[in-house]
Design a protein around this ligand. Structure first.
Ligand code: AMP
Length: 202
Protein backbone atom coordinates (compact mmCIF):
# COMPACT_ATOMS: atom_id res chain seq x y z
CA UNK A 1 0.00 0.00 0.00
CA UNK A 2 2.74 2.41 1.05
CA UNK A 3 4.67 1.46 -2.07
CA UNK A 4 1.61 2.18 -4.24
CA UNK A 5 1.12 5.59 -2.66
CA UNK A 6 4.81 6.33 -3.14
CA UNK A 7 4.65 5.34 -6.83
CA UNK A 8 1.62 7.56 -7.43
CA UNK A 9 3.38 10.41 -5.66
CA UNK A 10 6.51 9.99 -7.79
CA UNK A 11 4.52 9.80 -11.03
CA UNK A 12 2.48 12.91 -10.23
CA UNK A 13 5.55 14.92 -9.32
CA UNK A 14 7.73 13.95 -12.21
CA UNK A 15 8.68 16.64 -14.66
CA UNK A 16 9.77 15.36 -18.04
CA UNK A 17 11.35 18.09 -20.09
CA UNK A 18 12.69 18.15 -23.63
CA UNK A 19 15.40 20.73 -24.16
CA UNK A 20 15.43 21.44 -27.83
CA UNK A 21 17.31 23.63 -30.28
CA UNK A 22 19.98 23.64 -32.97
CA UNK A 23 23.57 22.60 -32.24
CA UNK A 24 25.25 25.36 -30.24
CA UNK A 25 22.01 26.75 -28.82
CA UNK A 26 23.07 25.99 -25.23
CA UNK A 27 21.09 22.80 -24.54
CA UNK A 28 23.94 21.19 -22.58
CA UNK A 29 24.74 24.33 -20.57
CA UNK A 30 21.13 24.99 -19.62
CA UNK A 31 20.54 21.29 -18.89
CA UNK A 32 23.27 21.46 -16.25
CA UNK A 33 21.57 24.40 -14.53
CA UNK A 34 18.18 22.64 -14.67
CA UNK A 35 19.57 19.38 -13.23
CA UNK A 36 21.16 21.20 -10.32
CA UNK A 37 18.10 23.22 -9.44
CA UNK A 38 15.37 20.63 -10.01
CA UNK A 39 17.29 17.37 -9.40
CA UNK A 40 16.22 15.89 -12.70
CA UNK A 41 17.98 13.01 -14.42
CA UNK A 42 19.75 14.10 -17.59
CA UNK A 43 20.12 12.15 -20.78
CA UNK A 44 22.02 13.47 -23.78
CA UNK A 45 21.72 11.09 -26.71
CA UNK A 46 24.85 12.70 -28.19
CA UNK A 47 26.79 11.68 -25.04
CA UNK A 48 25.28 8.18 -25.17
CA UNK A 49 26.45 7.79 -28.76
CA UNK A 50 29.91 9.24 -28.06
CA UNK A 51 30.40 6.74 -25.25
CA UNK A 52 29.37 3.89 -27.59
CA UNK A 53 31.98 5.13 -30.07
CA UNK A 54 34.63 5.42 -27.37
CA UNK A 55 33.86 1.88 -26.19
CA UNK A 56 34.17 0.72 -29.82
CA UNK A 57 30.87 -1.16 -29.47
CA UNK A 58 29.12 -2.55 -32.53
CA UNK A 59 26.66 0.35 -32.51
CA UNK A 60 29.49 2.83 -31.98
CA UNK A 61 31.32 1.52 -35.02
CA UNK A 62 28.15 1.64 -37.12
CA UNK A 63 27.46 5.30 -36.38
CA UNK A 64 30.91 6.86 -36.07
CA UNK A 65 31.11 8.09 -39.67
CA UNK A 66 27.54 9.48 -39.55
CA UNK A 67 28.42 11.66 -36.59
CA UNK A 68 31.68 12.82 -38.15
CA UNK A 69 29.68 13.89 -41.20
CA UNK A 70 27.04 15.75 -39.19
CA UNK A 71 24.26 13.31 -40.08
CA UNK A 72 21.67 11.85 -37.76
CA UNK A 73 21.84 8.32 -36.41
CA UNK A 74 18.87 6.27 -37.78
CA UNK A 75 15.69 6.62 -35.71
CA UNK A 76 15.36 2.93 -34.89
CA UNK A 77 18.85 2.73 -33.47
CA UNK A 78 18.63 5.85 -31.32
CA UNK A 79 15.16 4.94 -30.07
CA UNK A 80 16.46 1.51 -29.02
CA UNK A 81 19.39 3.10 -27.18
CA UNK A 82 17.07 5.50 -25.38
CA UNK A 83 14.53 2.79 -24.51
CA UNK A 84 17.36 0.72 -23.01
CA UNK A 85 18.47 3.72 -20.95
CA UNK A 86 14.91 4.54 -19.84
CA UNK A 87 14.30 1.02 -18.59
CA UNK A 88 17.14 1.43 -16.11
CA UNK A 89 15.67 4.61 -14.58
CA UNK A 90 13.54 4.62 -11.47
CA UNK A 91 12.75 6.95 -8.63
CA UNK A 92 13.66 10.05 -10.59
CA UNK A 93 12.10 13.50 -10.18
CA UNK A 94 11.80 13.47 -13.92
CA UNK A 95 14.07 13.43 -16.92
CA UNK A 96 15.57 16.11 -19.06
CA UNK A 97 15.94 14.90 -22.64
CA UNK A 98 18.79 16.75 -24.36
CA UNK A 99 19.24 16.18 -28.09
CA UNK A 100 16.25 13.85 -28.29
CA UNK A 101 13.87 13.85 -30.13
CA UNK A 102 15.49 15.08 -33.32
CA UNK A 103 12.82 13.82 -35.73
CA UNK A 104 9.05 13.67 -35.55
CA UNK A 105 9.26 9.84 -35.50
CA UNK A 106 11.44 10.09 -32.40
CA UNK A 107 8.94 12.45 -30.77
CA UNK A 108 6.17 9.92 -31.36
CA UNK A 109 8.38 7.10 -30.03
CA UNK A 110 9.21 9.12 -26.90
CA UNK A 111 5.53 9.74 -26.23
CA UNK A 112 4.83 6.01 -26.53
CA UNK A 113 7.75 5.05 -24.28
CA UNK A 114 6.68 7.48 -21.55
CA UNK A 115 3.02 6.52 -21.88
CA UNK A 116 3.95 2.95 -20.90
CA UNK A 117 4.99 4.40 -17.54
CA UNK A 118 1.91 6.62 -17.26
CA UNK A 119 3.91 9.71 -18.15
CA UNK A 120 4.36 12.25 -20.91
CA UNK A 121 6.60 15.15 -21.91
CA UNK A 122 5.46 18.03 -19.69
CA UNK A 123 7.44 20.81 -21.29
CA UNK A 124 9.38 21.35 -24.49
CA UNK A 125 11.83 24.25 -24.24
CA UNK A 126 13.00 25.38 -27.65
CA UNK A 127 16.15 27.53 -27.57
CA UNK A 128 16.16 30.00 -30.45
CA UNK A 129 19.54 31.34 -31.65
CA UNK A 130 20.39 32.91 -35.05
CA UNK A 131 22.57 30.83 -37.37
CA UNK A 132 25.62 33.18 -37.40
CA UNK A 133 25.74 33.05 -33.60
CA UNK A 134 25.50 29.23 -33.63
CA UNK A 135 28.40 28.92 -36.07
CA UNK A 136 30.61 31.27 -34.09
CA UNK A 137 29.82 29.49 -30.78
CA UNK A 138 30.51 26.03 -32.26
CA UNK A 139 33.76 27.07 -33.97
CA UNK A 140 34.91 28.48 -30.63
CA UNK A 141 33.83 25.30 -28.80
CA UNK A 142 35.71 23.19 -31.39
CA UNK A 143 38.98 24.78 -30.27
CA UNK A 144 38.86 22.90 -26.97
CA UNK A 145 36.03 20.34 -27.17
CA UNK A 146 38.05 17.85 -29.19
CA UNK A 147 34.77 16.79 -30.84
CA UNK A 148 35.27 15.45 -34.33
CA UNK A 149 32.05 17.19 -35.48
CA UNK A 150 32.97 20.69 -34.23
CA UNK A 151 34.66 21.81 -37.45
CA UNK A 152 33.26 24.39 -39.87
CA UNK A 153 32.13 21.99 -42.64
CA UNK A 154 30.39 19.63 -40.22
CA UNK A 155 28.91 22.50 -38.22
CA UNK A 156 27.23 23.86 -41.38
CA UNK A 157 25.93 20.39 -42.20
CA UNK A 158 24.55 19.87 -38.66
CA UNK A 159 22.70 23.18 -38.79
CA UNK A 160 21.18 22.29 -42.19
CA UNK A 161 20.07 18.89 -40.82
CA UNK A 162 18.52 20.71 -37.87
CA UNK A 163 16.60 23.13 -40.12
CA UNK A 164 15.37 20.44 -42.50
CA UNK A 165 14.74 17.40 -40.29
CA UNK A 166 14.70 18.47 -36.65
CA UNK A 167 12.92 21.85 -36.61
CA UNK A 168 9.59 20.25 -37.73
CA UNK A 169 9.51 18.52 -34.32
CA UNK A 170 8.35 21.91 -33.01
CA UNK A 171 4.98 21.39 -34.73
CA UNK A 172 4.52 18.10 -32.88
CA UNK A 173 4.94 19.80 -29.48
CA UNK A 174 2.82 22.80 -30.53
CA UNK A 175 -0.02 20.33 -31.05
CA UNK A 176 0.75 18.77 -27.67
CA UNK A 177 0.55 22.24 -26.07
CA UNK A 178 3.92 21.81 -24.41
CA UNK A 179 6.09 23.95 -26.74
CA UNK A 180 7.71 27.08 -25.34
CA UNK A 181 10.09 29.28 -27.31
CA UNK A 182 13.09 30.61 -25.37
CA UNK A 183 15.37 33.39 -26.58
CA UNK A 184 18.75 31.61 -26.44
CA UNK A 185 20.77 34.81 -26.87
CA UNK A 186 21.81 36.62 -23.71
CA UNK A 187 23.61 35.73 -20.51
CA UNK A 188 23.43 32.14 -19.24
CA UNK A 189 21.79 33.51 -16.10
CA UNK A 190 19.08 35.44 -17.94
CA UNK A 191 18.25 32.49 -20.16
CA UNK A 192 18.10 30.17 -17.16
CA UNK A 193 15.77 32.58 -15.34
CA UNK A 194 13.36 32.46 -18.29
CA UNK A 195 13.57 28.66 -18.33
CA UNK A 196 12.83 28.49 -14.60
CA UNK A 197 9.77 30.69 -15.00
CA UNK A 198 8.32 28.01 -17.29
CA UNK A 199 9.41 24.97 -15.26
CA UNK A 200 7.93 26.53 -12.14
CA UNK A 201 4.48 26.54 -13.73
CA UNK A 202 4.50 22.72 -13.95
P1 AMP B 1 24.81 16.31 -29.84
O1 AMP B 1 25.84 15.99 -28.83
O2 AMP B 1 23.42 16.34 -29.28
O3 AMP B 1 25.14 17.55 -30.64
O4 AMP B 1 24.80 15.10 -30.88
C1 AMP B 1 25.95 14.80 -31.67
C2 AMP B 1 25.55 13.91 -32.84
O5 AMP B 1 25.01 12.68 -32.33
C3 AMP B 1 24.49 14.47 -33.75
O6 AMP B 1 25.00 15.34 -34.74
C4 AMP B 1 23.93 13.19 -34.36
O7 AMP B 1 24.80 12.67 -35.33
C5 AMP B 1 23.95 12.22 -33.18
N1 AMP B 1 22.68 12.27 -32.42
C6 AMP B 1 22.51 12.71 -31.14
N2 AMP B 1 21.23 12.62 -30.77
C7 AMP B 1 20.57 12.11 -31.85
C8 AMP B 1 19.21 11.80 -32.11
N3 AMP B 1 18.26 12.01 -31.19
N4 AMP B 1 18.89 11.30 -33.33
C9 AMP B 1 19.83 11.08 -34.26
N5 AMP B 1 21.13 11.37 -34.10
C10 AMP B 1 21.51 11.88 -32.89
Amino acid sequence: MLQTIRCIYITINMKNIVIFGPPGSGKGTQSNHIINKYQLTHVSTGDVIRSEIKAKSEIGQQVESLIENGQLVPDQLIVELLAEWLEKQNDSNGIIFDGFPRTTNQAVALKQMLQKQGQDVDLMLSLEVPKEELVSRLVKRGQDSGRSDDNLATIEKRITVYEEVTAPVIDFYKKENTYVSINGVGSEKEIFATICSHIDTL
